[in-house]
Write a protein that binds this ligand. Sequence first.
Ligand code: NIG
Ligand code: FE
Length: 390
Amino acid sequence: MSHLELIEQGALVFEGETIKWVGREADVSTAFPKARFEEIIDANGMLVTPGLVDPHTHPVFAATREDEFYMRNAGKTYMEIAEAGGGIRNSARRLRQADEGTLYNNGIRFLNRMLKSGTTTAEAKSGYGLSTESEVKSLEVIQRLDKNHPIDLVPTFLGAHEFPDEYRSDREGYVRLLIEEMIPLVAKRNLAKYCDIFTEAGVFDIDQSRRIMSAAKQNGFELKFHADELKSVGGAKLAAELGAVSADHLVYASDNGIAAMAKAKTIAVFLPSTTFFLGHKEYAPARKMLTAGVPVALATDFNPGSSCNTSLQATMTIAAIYLKMTPEEILNAVTYNSACAIGMQEKVGSLQTGKLADFVLWDAENYKQLPYFFAQNPVTSVFKRGQKVV
Ligand code: NIG
Ligand code: FE
């Protein structure tokens, strides 16, 4: 986490969408004695990094929820708003009424903002449908966004995001619907790589989470968890026990949970812009987890409720101030480690021969300026699969 491979006066050679060579500029002509380069991109004085990888986002929704933001700032809590029928259920009502075109256009709008901030690969969750039909609709929108937008998307099924209105007094009924209908259908139609769940007090408890996620595993999904975000309920420990790829949020992860994650090498995905945007005082115990040897990644958690943030740059700044992460840890956490959190480390997350030519040119003198340049987007240009997209 604290080691970065830096090249001063560096150069990168790519052909089509693939990196062919990375090294010092002075060595290019020795490495390619006969080559004629079609184009030379001058990055003089700039920092070049891998395209950023955002491993936790919720970009498919019908409407924003700014009213809830101001309700919280006036004193209501996230859970009070959720229990009164707002929050995720508010988004579910709107998404069910929306046609695919609206969801798709919204998605494009916000993915464009992510791209301009330097993100070239992202995970994308469903989870605002909460019915078989609307969850499938959301995952199909993610598929279309992945196809048509430069950002590569890794799809996650999050039907277990909340109990929808019609199942409030029959929670077991929704658990059955997930296990017996939704999970097998999404698996059969190959609409998602990961299955995720909101394991939280008042949402899916540990027993329900264990049953749902075991079924997901049996259906061939890899697992992710929204774990211990608002209360300590044992989500981190369950994620490690079931062999999840990552457990995310983790503000209230227990010592047991942290030890189990370190042992199982479950990746901790911290979402500090969520804590910030909710106006909470307590942040995830990042230093403790780093010391315990837990692999760490960072994500925006972009969603219309708890984190309306499309920029990993904002996440980096908040991680520096509140998670006390070093600039080296932060850069690893938004590139290689975040690629690992979505199984994309063979293709993206570092500038290495054979990987995709996804990289960002920054108007910055060194990597330490990335978390430090606060809210000013020093991105000069973004290349995705060898194409200049910003
Ligand atoms: O990661 N915590 C649960 N899910 C989202 C919030 C979703 C919403 O409020 O719309 C999160 O914070
Ligand atoms: Fe989330």
